[in-house]
Design a protein around this ligand. Structure first.
Ligand SMILES: [Zn+2]
Ligand SMILES: [Zn+2]
Length: 173
């Protein structure tokens, strides 16, 4: 699951003592690095310095200085040899679908996300073609939400595969 379109920024960064200590220039740079991390991978890894410099249209030398300054404040970690990272990025982004739902992504759009598609595939793999209501092997199965409590970050137990008649039954019961 990757978030290619947006990243999650917490309101807390407004009051984060580390962020507050940054100059306008470094604040902007930090946000740019968060965005690059979101575009690159979900583990907080950043591209190489020359790739970043190209992407941000900045001088490599300036970028190296900014990275060193941001490392002193623990906003980035790593270095030239091991690569640069945004610490804690993966965990901050993990719940991004919930955020998408909180931001009001319409349900029908949610059902088109790769996130939902992969959950759906896992439920269909689990049931091996059988309706989890009646055990029949229908030509098609519907993946039904037992609860919407964790919409956007469902556990597999929140979902069940149902034949069309069991599905109709649960919705009309
Ligand atoms: Zn059934
Ligand atoms: Zn349903």
């Amino acid at each position: 699951m990757t978030a290619k379109y947006w990243i999650k920024l917490y309101h807390e960064i407004l009051r984060d003592p580390k962020m507050c200590r940054l100059s306008d220039r470094l604040y902007r740079r930090a946000i740019e690095l968060f965005l690059l991390a979101g575009e690159t991978a979900q583990d907080g890894r950043l591209p190489s310095v020359d790739d970043m410099a190209w992407e941000l249209r900045v001088d490599e030398f300036d970028l190296r200085n900014d990275l060193a300054d941001l490392r002193d404040l623990e906003i980035v970690t790593g270095g030239e040899r091991v690569g640069w990272f945004i610490p804690g990025f993966a965990s901050s982004q993990k719940r991004y679908m919930t955020n998408a739902m909180a931001l009001g992504m319409p349900y029908h759009e949610y059902l088109c996300t790769p996130h939902w598609q992969s959950l759906r595939d896992m439920v269909l793999a689990r049931c091996k073609g059988h309706c989890e209501g009646c055990g029949s092997v229908p030509p098609s199965l519907h993946v039904h939400h037992l609860t919407y409590e964790r919409l956007g970050e469902e556990l597999l137990g929140d979902l069940t595969a149902l034949c069309p008649s069991c599905h109709a039954e649960v919705h009309h019961a």
